[in-house]
Design a protein around this ligand. Structure first.
Ligand code: ADP
Length: 229
């Protein structure tokens, strides 16, 4: 398995108040699996995503990513593991507004220490894969929402990660553009990329092979998706 989470807890402290955001979360994601996580607002989805994305640490519990016990790693090692194993897709794209599509996609390769010429080639290839060869020199404000999200997906996959983490990837898009993004996810999953996707839309969640429901910080239900059945 690529992700293994065991008895995960996350508490937030705000002043004197303790907010238990995650309570005893356990699940695993097999290599090549496509998992959707659903749950109402405030149920702990973003908290879980931040931990899976190595952006935050749990209060207690275990989290193994690609065979590594992440809780034993220091911040530098976490950043390295994140860059190597994970790609991120967000609801609002998070592209750098002053940079072209090509430069946005090159960015994770800069962190990975890849030489400039190779960065350009790899970024161009990733943009071609998401169908945006003709938009490489466009800046985010010159792109539609659907195109922006495809640039963000190119940025997420350019390093060749094993896992794609997506937080409401279709949340800012109309249904047609949302479906295009789901087709891209399917293509990546067919190529072996594991996907963990947060969504509040059942229609979107049904693209995944398995659904996890989270409620009040706990996993309340797990099911195979209808399309997969
Ligand atoms: P969701 O993404 O499902 O909307 P969150 O993970 O954002 O849920 O939040 C889960 C719970 O943790 C909520 O009760 C929220 O108020 C609380 N929470 C989230 N982030 C923080 C924080 N930085 N400090 C304190 N409480 C937080």
């Amino acid at each position: 398995m690529i992700i293994n989470v065991k008895n995960l807890y996350k508490n937030y402290h705000t002043g004197d108040i303790l907010v238990p955001a995650l309570k005893d979360i356990s699940f695993s994601v097999e290599k090549g699996e496509y998992l959707a996580i659903m749950g109402p607002s405030g149920s702990g989805k973003s908290t879980l995503m931040n931990i899976l994305g190595l952006l935050d640490r749990p209060t207690s519990g275990e989290y193994e990513l690609a065979g590594q016990n992440t809780l034993l790693l220091n911040d530098k090692q976490l950043a390295h593991l994140r860059n190597k194993q994970l790609g991120f897709v967000f609801q609002r794209f998070h592209l750098l507004p002053g940079d072209t599509a090509l430069h946005n996609v090159m960015l994770p390769l800069t962190y990975a220490g890849i030489p400039a010429k190779q960065r350009k080639e790899m970024a161009a290839e990733a943009l071609e894969k998401v169908g945006l060869s003709d938009r490489m020199d466009f800046k985010p404000h010159q792109l539609s929402g659907g195109q922006s999200q495809r640039v963000a997906i190119a940025r997420a996959i350019v390093t060749g990660p094993d896992v794609l983490l997506a937080d409401e990837p279709t949340g800012s898009l109309d249904s047609e553009n949302g479906e295009q993004i789901m087709e891209l996810f399917q293509m990546l999953n067919d190529e072996g990329v594991s996907i963990v996707m947060i969504t509040h839309e059942k229609r979107i969640a049904n693209h995944a092979g398995r659904l996890l429901y989270i409620h009040d910080g706990r996993i309340s239900q797990s099911e195979r998706s209808v399309e997969d059945a």
